[in-house]
Ligand binder design. Structure first.
Ligand code: DX5
Ligand code: ZN
Length: 221
């Protein structure tokens, strides 16, 4: 099964004073989703946006919201984020005990939202195995979560390839997203190794011509 290449600019690098302007500019540049990074200062050492801001973004975004929860025990909040307008809601496999991770994924799907599961660079791919059939998307972190502007970890590519292989067997419709240090060059590696949803934060918002950057990300070399 071939998945279309999609782009998901991370508004972590947007101008928060002009957030509506920056969000409205994404669709004309060819982006497919808006990537919303939610951090709690506990699961990761940074605090970003929460439920009210996500709901406000939903009101002005013509694109689906791809919400990445970097929070501890996400089961507590998945319903709130689904109600706030998440179209894809991703939780971290490290963020709770297995029974609660499973419950979070099931709850997201029961609410009609696509369920995503993410893993940090140090987490082995095997951690995902119990949940593969419950996911619509796997998010492979290619930096340590918490901050934008870090360097892409090329050594995550074998993990990406392993996960794509498992999904082809067990859940071929499931997409793979990469997040962290993605630019025109690293995107090629991600696609070669099985990713089809590309998050880009700093590289997108630093770009002088986001439409050209978007085309460069999507191009199949
Ligand atoms: C990092 C976030 C990313 C971040 C990516 O924890 O999950 O979505 O915004 O930023 P760049 O593309 O600058 O690495
Ligand atoms: Zn993210």
């Amino acid at each position: 099964m071939t998945h279309p290449i999609r782009t998901s600019p991370s508004i972590l690098s947007a101008d928060y004073v002009n957030l509506e302007r920056d969000i409205r500019a994404l669709s004309p540049a060819g982006a497919d989703y808006v990537h919303v990074d939610v951090m709690d200062g506990h699961f990761v050492p940074n605090i970003t946006i929460g439920i009210p801001v996500t709901a406000a973004i939903k009101k002005v975004s013509p694109l689906p919201l791809d919400v990445h929860l970097m929070i501890s025990r996400p089961i507590r909040y998945v319903e709130d984020f689904c109600k706030a307008g998440a179209d894809i809601l991703t939780v971290h496999v490290e963020a709770d005990i297995p029974v609660n991770i499973r419950a979070a994924l099931e709850k997201i799907r029961a609410l009609g939202v696509k369920a995503g599961l993410s893993l940090k660079p140090d987490t082995r791919a095997e951690a995902l195995l119990p949940y593969l059939e419950l996911c619509d998307l796997i998010l492979v972190m290619t930096v340590e979560p918490g901050f934008g502007g870090q360097s892409f970890m090329t050594d995550m590519m074998p993990k990406l390839r392993t996960i794509r292989g498992w999904l082809d067997e067990k859940n071929p419709g499931c997409e793979i997203e990469v997040d962290g240090g993605v630019n025109e060059t690293t995107a090629v590696l991600c696609k070669e190794n099985g990713a089809n949803v590309l998050v880009a934060g700093s590289a997108w918002f630093k770009s002088k011509d986001p439409a050209a950057f978007n085309r460069a990300l999507k191009r199949c070399d």
